[in-house]
Design a protein around this ligand. Structure first.
Ligand SMILES: [Zn+2]
Length: 335
């Protein structure tokens, strides 16, 4: 049983460097298990889930959420992760059963699996238009791409390390990550020291596998730079789906598609199965319930029709009155 996941936030003594560290073995394994992801897909999903944690920990309000989406042209397909401010994350991967040979250096070929494309970050504050920023992928290895996002979209230089180690049995053996943000008032000596530290840093997943605590990992990343811990947050893979939400998704198919589904299921005398793409949870809707949903849509269509009919009647009446007024003077000479 892996140690419970958590995220640690820290800051340098002079406040010029912000630090995030996360141990994510259990949540990456939960994501892998939910999607039955094979090694390269599990590593890619785990890295993005870990990055999601950092974004989630940056949200201001408890009810805010952030979505990270990677659209690459590689064989892995699209990836998406949603992170909540409370430390929970969930994600989905296009082709969980992708198999690719490892790279020459022995690492999983995450960059090749993702290919070229974009990373989009969507922050939903619960009101108004969500904020979205998109950057071109640098390498598809995810860590570099996240760093690029901070540089381009938030004008903050960042260093991001994400690591997921897949055990020989295909499960996630160790996972974690770190993120450093360097603020404009950081002095050159601090920056040089951090660059040196990162160049000599063992892979994050190795440090987690070796049993280092996040405080110890922080000590490696910030070697020679005084820093202190600000907060710790427990992390978990958790989906927020519900029967009601999936019912809403079915309704959003529209009358025509839902009717086709209803007729198919009625003929089979079997329920329609809707699978949540984030957690794999299955929800069933029997033909009678589909019929009821169609009725709801039908009533809605009738209301829309009635409203538009009323509109047209009003317009026609207004036009007639207008014409009546225009016509009135013409009638006079005929008298
Ligand atoms: Zn779900």
């Amino acid at each position: 049983m892996a140690k419970p996941d958590y995220c640690l936030r820290g800051v340098s003594g002079d406040g010029s460097v912000k630090l995030w560290l996360a141990q994510t073995t259990a949540l990456c394994e939960e994501g892998r298990r939910r999607h039955d992801a094979w090694s390269v897909a599990a590593a890619a999903l785990g890295r993005l889930l870990t990055a999601g944690v950092f974004f989630g920990q940056n949200l201001k309000n408890e009810s805010d959420s952030v979505t990270l989406r990677i659209n690459g042209d590689g064989p892995l397909g699209a990836l998406a992760v949603v992170a909540e401010a409370d430390g929970t994350v969930r994600g989905t991967v296009g082709s969980p059963h992708l198999e690719l040979p490892r790279r020459a250096d022995g690492h999983l070929a995450v960059g090749a699996a993702i290919g070229r494309g974009t990373l989009t970050v969507i922050k939903d504050m619960g009101f108004g238009e969500p904020y979205a920023g998109t950057v071109e992928l640098v390498s598809g290895e995810i860590g570099d791409d996240i760093a690029q996002y901070f540089l381009e979209s938030e004008q903050t230089p960042a260093a991001v390390g994400l690591g997921v180690q897949i055990a020989p049995d295909g499960t996630v053996g160790a996972a974690g990550g770190f993120m450093l943000q360097v603020l404009p008032h950081a002095d050159v000596k601090t920056i040089k020291q951090l660059e040196l530290n990162l160049a000599n840093l063992p892979p994050v997943s190795q440090m987690v596998a070796d049993g280092l605590t996040l405080t110890e990992m922080g000590g490696e990343v910030m070697l020679g730079v005084p820093w202190r811990e600000l907060s710790r947050t427990p992390l978990a893979y958790r989906c927020t789906c519900s029967r009601e939400r999936l019912r809403g998704a079915l309704l959003s198919l529209g009358y025509k598609e839902l009717k086709a589904l209803y007729e198919e299921k009625r003929a089979e005398d079997a329920p329609a199965e809707v699978v949540c793409r984030f957690c794999g949870e299955k929800y069933h809707f029997d033909p009678a319930e589909l019929r009821q949903m169609l009725d709801e849509l039908d009533q809605e269509r009738f209301r829309d029709f009635a409203a538009s009919l009323q509109n047209r009647l009003d317009t026609a009446l207004a036009q007639r009155e207008q014409q009546g007024e225009d016509a009135a003077p013409e009638e006079k000479p005929a008298e």
